[in-house]
Design a protein around this ligand. Structure first.
Ligand code: SF4
Ligand code: MG
Length: 337
């Protein structure tokens, strides 16, 4: 039997006026039922595109997709729009960074949670409303009976995020895709929302794909982590593996730019120098080579000429030897973390 969700050699290309953008370039991963996968990367790494593709939310006119996305035996790339429509909000739900992209200003919060429930379960208006109130309670909205009658603008940012989570979970989805769901929130509210998601996952048993640029945010939430750079995965493993023995210079950079949670001092952030590459004209060889300070260790022009592949299991998509990765991490990176 295959995984709950299986993505194989996914390529997503956008045709733009300036040329073809390779937004996702040969990505493979599996997700098991009830597991949380954290996808980490900078903007433009392909992490959001991958997930919109899973939901079929791409514009077919300008998008070319190759590969396989199989959710519980159902192939999604070739699925009809009507089949995808049935999946969205029901089997697969999404929460976004900005709740206002999901919530309409014109309808009460309660109605917007009740509606997908009616649509996918055929419940009566009254039952669906009661369910909406129940869901608002579950996500920690006080006086949910009254607050269900409010409009989104009457909610604070954190409450809107909770309402959107209620809307996403109302049909008890098997897969929840959370795209930077806490990025716009202050640190305290962010921590509350993450706790809430963890609790709800226990209760609902959904698999979660959690997309973030911040490795720290999902360190205690995800089971597995996949690090993406320039449209491809450069490393994947369990949270413990990736945090304890990271295998790729880009992951080292992400770790190095993580705020120290165990320290009282305002930790200095050391962002990775340089900018993510253009996907219109990606760098040759290793996509990370223009920003990588360890190219010299590989020697020759291999980093510039040859695209390193991500091996199955552990190991990063990098030409450094396993021994080099181990010693560089232990001697140069770890002491600074
Ligand atoms: Fe750096 Fe070379 Fe490894 Fe790419 S392959 S991450 S350039 S050392
Ligand atoms: Mg994004």
């Amino acid at each position: 039997a295959g995984a709950f969700l299986s993505v194989r050699d996914l390529h997503v290309r956008f045709k733009t006026e300036d040329g073809v953008v390779k937004a996702v370039d040969g990505l493979s991963f599996d997700l098991e039922r009830g597991q949380t996968l954290g996808i980490v990367g900078e903007s433009g790494s392909g992490k959001s595109v991958t997930n919109l593709t899973i939901l079929g939310l791409h514009n077919p006119m300008f998008t070319e997709i190759d590969g396989e996305i199989v959710l519980e035996g159902q192939e999604l790339i070739t699925a009809r729009e009507s089949e995808l429509e049935k999946l969205r909000g029901n089997k697969v739900a999404m929460i976004f960074q900005d709740p206002l992209t999901a919530l309409s200003p014109y309808y009460t919060v309660g109605r917007q949670i009740a509606e997908p429930f009616m649509k996918h379960t055929g419940a009566s208006r009254k039952t669906a409303w009661d369910r909406a109130v129940e869901m608002l309670g579950k996500v920690g909205i006080p006086r949910p009976k009254d607050r269900a009658k409010d409009y989104p603008h009457q909610f604070s940012g954190g409450m809107r995020q909770r309402a959107m989570i209620a809307m996403a979970l109302v049909c008890d989805p098997d897969l929840l895709i959370a795209d930077e769901p806490t990025t716009a929130l202050d640190v305290t509210v962010q921590a509350q929302i993450l706790d809430l998601l963890k609790d709800l996952q226990q209760e609902f048993g959904s698999a979660i794909i959690f997309i973030t640029h911040d490795l720290g945010v999902i360190a205690d939430m995800a089971d597995d982590i996949m690090v993406m750079y320039a449209g491809g995965a450069v490393e994947r493993g369990t949270v413990e593996e990736v945090l304890r023995s990271p295998q790729h210079p880009y992951t080292w950079g992400l770790l190095n730019s993580m705020p120290r949670i165990d320290s009282d001092l305002a930790a200095p952030l050391a962002p990775i120098p340089g900018a993510p590459p253009s996907l219109l004209n990606p760098p040759s060889g290793c996509r990370f080579h223009p920003r990588c300070t360890f190219r010299g260790e590989v020697g020759g022009t291999r980093c510039v000429d040859e695209l390193p592949l991500l091996p199955p299991g552990r190991g990063g998509a990098c030409h450094l030897t396993a021994e080099q990765k181990r010693t560089i991490f232990i001697e140069q990176i770890k002491p600074r973390l």
